[in-house]
Write a protein that binds this ligand. Structure first.
Ligand SMILES: Cc1cc2nc3c(=O)[nH]c(=O)nc-3n(C[C@H](O)[C@H](O)[C@H](O)COP(=O)(O)OP(=O)(O)OC[C@H]3O[C@@H](n4cnc5c(N)ncnc54)[C@H](O)[C@@H]3O)c2cc1C
Ligand code: FES
Length: 285
């Protein structure tokens, strides 16, 4: 796909990002947080904890670095988790247990304490006005609830498409019951059979005269993001913008270790501080 040079992205200082008119991240801090909800959602686990500061500061698409509080050194490093939802003083994360770190977090019980650093990263830019097409795959649906809520509050018309491998993952679509979403599963056990990217071309139609072009927001596995980026860039509708949230491995989450770099047109960029949300055309696919 065609790519343009990556724009320089200054470190966030809570002010407007002059390059992209995009809100830069506010201050992050380490918090000791009490778990108040822990329940299964099909293949995933929804964990909510109390943190008034992150709840007040977090923006859709940002993430937190989380580990158990306490002296345990295994695993040593926190794990990045997208912010799924925010209450007045609550943060929810949705966890897919795939290894030791996520497994330990998913085993958190009510009353346990978590060490949470955040909010981190650059979230979705919500300033455009066209129809929003939200595409989520697997655990990548997690941060899209907060996004959908923010877009709905801004009066944006929205199409929400969620894709999963199977029924146990698709149970998480129930978390989006406030929105009119479409569900796809690869095995056809829930909703329509197929890949979540399949309906996308039909969503990217020329807008009515004078209206802005549609905008795509996507979070999910790499191949899904790549397909979404390609379909959007080839749809033939001028002005379509695609924002993707990438899930790389992360060690520090704050720009120090270089462990999260992704290839962009102008070199490598750090997903933790310059992302995790990028314009699809900035990245090399
Ligand atoms: C910005 C961001 C937001 C994220 N949001 C969520 C979320 O909301 N919910 C959630 O469950 N997970 C999320 N992840 C992924 C999550 O951080 C990893 O699954 C977790 O760190 C794995 O650690 P582990 O110790 O459990 O597994 P490990 O033992 O480290 O790895 C187990 C397996 O998972 C793979 N893996 C590890 N990290 C990732 C990754 N980042 N992406 C894809 N595969 C990986 C490994 O290659 C390995 O095959 C997010 C990642 C990023 C960068
Ligand atoms: S995770 Fe350390 S630099 Fe991004």
């Amino acid at each position: 796909m065609a790519a343009r040079p990556a724009q320089p992205r200054p470190a966030g200082d809570g002010k407007e990002d002059a390059v992209k008119g995009r809100e830069a991240p506010g201050p992050a801090a380490l918090h000791d947080c009490r778990v108040v909800e822990s329940r299964p959602v099909g293949a995933y686990r929804l964990i909510s904890f109390v943190c008034r500061e992150i709840a007040a500061a977090a923006r859709p698409g940002q993430f937190v670095m989380v580990r158990e509080s306490g002296p345990a050194l295994d695993p040593l490093l926190p794990r990045p988790m997208g912010i799924h939802d925010i209450g007045s003083d609550l943060i929810s994360i949705l966890i897919e247990p795939v290894g030791k770190g996520s497994g330990r977090l998913a085993a958190s019980k009510v009353g346990d304490r978590l060490a949470v650093l955040g909010p981190l990263g650059r979230g979705f830019d919500l300033q455009k006005k066209g129809q929003a097409v939200i595409v989520g795959g697997g655990i990548g649906v997690s941060p899209l609830k907060l996004l959908a809520r923010a877009l709905a509050e801004r009066g944006r018309s929205m199409r929400l498409i969620l894709g999963f491998k199977s029924r146990d993952q698709a149970a998480s679509a129930g978390l989006f019951r406030d929105f009119d979403g479409e569900v796809f599963t690869e095995d056809g056990s829930v909703g329509s059979r197929g890949l979540v990217s399949e309906p996308l071309p039909g969503c990217l139609l020329p807008p009515p005269e004078g209206e802005p072009a549609p905008e795509v927001f996507a979070c999910g596995p790499g191949p899904m993001l790549s397909a979404v980026a390609r379909i959007s860039s080839e749809c033939g509708v001028p002005g379509v913008r695609t924002q993707v949230s990438v899930a790389t491995h992360m060690a520090c989450g704050v720009g120090s270790c270089q462990g999260c770099v992704v290839a962009a047109a102008g070199g490598y960029v750090k997903a933790c501080t310059e992302g995790p949300v990028f314009d699809a055309e900035e990245l090399k696919w």
